[in-house]
Design a protein around this ligand. Structure first.
Ligand SMILES: NC(=O)N[C@H]1NC(=O)NC1=O
Ligand SMILES: [Zn+2]
Ligand SMILES: [Zn+2]
Length: 408
């Protein structure tokens, strides 16, 4: 199939290479059939928010990447209302921008309000590049007191980030994308909601806005499709992410929405940290780093769980290749077509993987992955990046022949 394109990965280099890094991250990608990664602007140090900080990224990637890597730039309060600064970042080659509507967990990546987001959209309209948004808006809650009672209980964590946070954010984003409709003042701009977890009102609002012609897409991640709140063991902070994994009924609705075409694409949101920050010993859901480590496993996870929903190969390729390529503006990727880049994944749908301690995992910290210990089907046999064999039967090519992707 066409190689997977993961539009949402945190590679954390430079600055937090002990969390992941270009070499380990792209090796994990290649082993998972991913041929292109788009790196998020935060969790590295510094964040990618300017021409200079993008240069630090591309310099750090040199000679280390086993798959192709593009970059999102950060939309932060410092640059959001400064069109010269945003143009400079976009001219330097980021494929689009990313912002947070809630605290990101990273000090040098502050959250944006809806005015900042509108500022970003008006500049992006001219470049025809997307704005990706982490859509959770902090709501005051009466549950707060109660919620801190047992920090090792998953239900405590879940109550601290209810679906109403996603709904409030989506409501603002829907009104901000009004002008992206044909003839609107921000026509040409596009807004993409990352990692949707709430399959309730948030999804209804998105569907409605799309039907009115807003330029809007949405992704979810394999962890929201594979896990449910009911089955997360207390203290197992490997499952902590935001927005949180919700109940099984919500998971069912996410699958329905995805199979029905209301969710456009999938991404990993691979967001590792050092194991200490996951605080697995204490099992404290409130203090642990939020982020799921999954990069190498997204294809078998999607396939394993998708079989019960009759997920076809064509749909898999649409969710993981075709639509992500479109979002990232990669016209020569995402499909096996004459003239396209030969970015290919070869895999055996029936072959099983036992993710035990002997399984070769290339994430920097395999132990914090929520998938360890599971049995999955769908084994990647070989991965080609621009026609080069980069991974075969558990081994990587010696040369890191991936290229950085810059928009022009
Ligand atoms: N900073 C960061 O990677 N945050 C990510 N982690 C997570 O679980 N959700 C996110 O947005
Ligand atoms: Zn996020
Ligand atoms: Zn993320």
């Amino acid at each position: 199939m066409p190689g997977l394109i993961d539009v949402h990965a945190h590679l954390d280099e430079p600055g937090r290479t002990e969390w992941e890094g270009f070499s380990s991250g792209t090796k994990a990608a290649a082993a998972g059939g991913i041929t292109t990664l788009i790196d998020m602007p935060l969790n590295s140090e510094p964040s990618t928010v300017s021409r200079e900080t993008l240069k630090l990224k591309t310099d750090a990637a040199k000679g280390k990447i086993f798959v192709h890597v593009g970059f999102w730039g950060g939309l932060v309060p410092e640059n959001a209302l400064n069109s010269t600064a945003l143009e400079d970042l976009l001219d330097a080659g980021v494929l689009g921008l990313k912002s947070f509507m809630c605290p990101s967990g990273i000090d040098d990546f502050p959250m944006t309000n809806i005015t900042h987001i509108q500022g970003g959209l008006s500049v992006l309209a001219r470049y025809k590049r997307p704005l990706l948004v982490h859509a959770e808006l902090v709501q005051e809650s009466d549950e707060k007191e109660d919620a801190v009672s047992d920090a090792a209980s998953y239900s405590t964590y879940l109550r601290t980030r209810p679906a109403s946070w996603e709904q409030a954010a989506v409501r603002q984003l829907v009104s901000a994308t009004e002008e992206t409709r044909a003839g609107g003042s921000a026509e040409g701009a596009h807004l993409h909601i990352v990692h949707l977890s709430d399959a309730g009102s948030s999804l209804d609002l998105i569907k409605e806005a799309k039907s009115r012609g807003h330029s809007l897409t949405v992704e979810t991640c394999p962890h929201y499709l594979a896990f449910s709140a009911e089955e997360i063991p207390d203290g197992d902070t490997r499952f902590k992410c935001s927005p949180p994994i919700r109940d099984a009924a919500n998971r069912e609705k996410l699958w329905e929405a995805m199979m029905g075409g209301d969710i456009d694409l999938l991404s990993s949101d691979h967001s590792p940290s050092v194991p200490e920050l996951k605080r697995l010993d204490e099992g404290d859901f409130l203090k642990a780093w939020g982020g799921i480590s999954s990069l190498q496993f997204v294809l078998p996870v999607t396939w394993t769980h998708g079989r019960q929903y009759s997920l076809a190969f064509e749909k898999l390729a649409s969710l993981w290749s075709e639509k992500p390529a479109r979002l990232a503006g990669q016209k020569l990727k995402g499909a096996i077509v004459v003239g396209n880049h030969a970015d290919l994944a070869v895999w055996e749908p029936e072959a099983e993987l036992e993710l035990d301690a002997d399984h070769p995992v290339f994430h920097k910290h395999p132990s914090i992955s929520a998938y360890m210990g599971r049995r999955l089907s769908g084994k990647v046999v070989a991965t080609f990046v621009s026609g080069n064999l980069v991974f075969k039967q558990g081994f990587h090519a010696t040369a890191a022949c991936g290229a950085t992707i810059l928009a022009r």
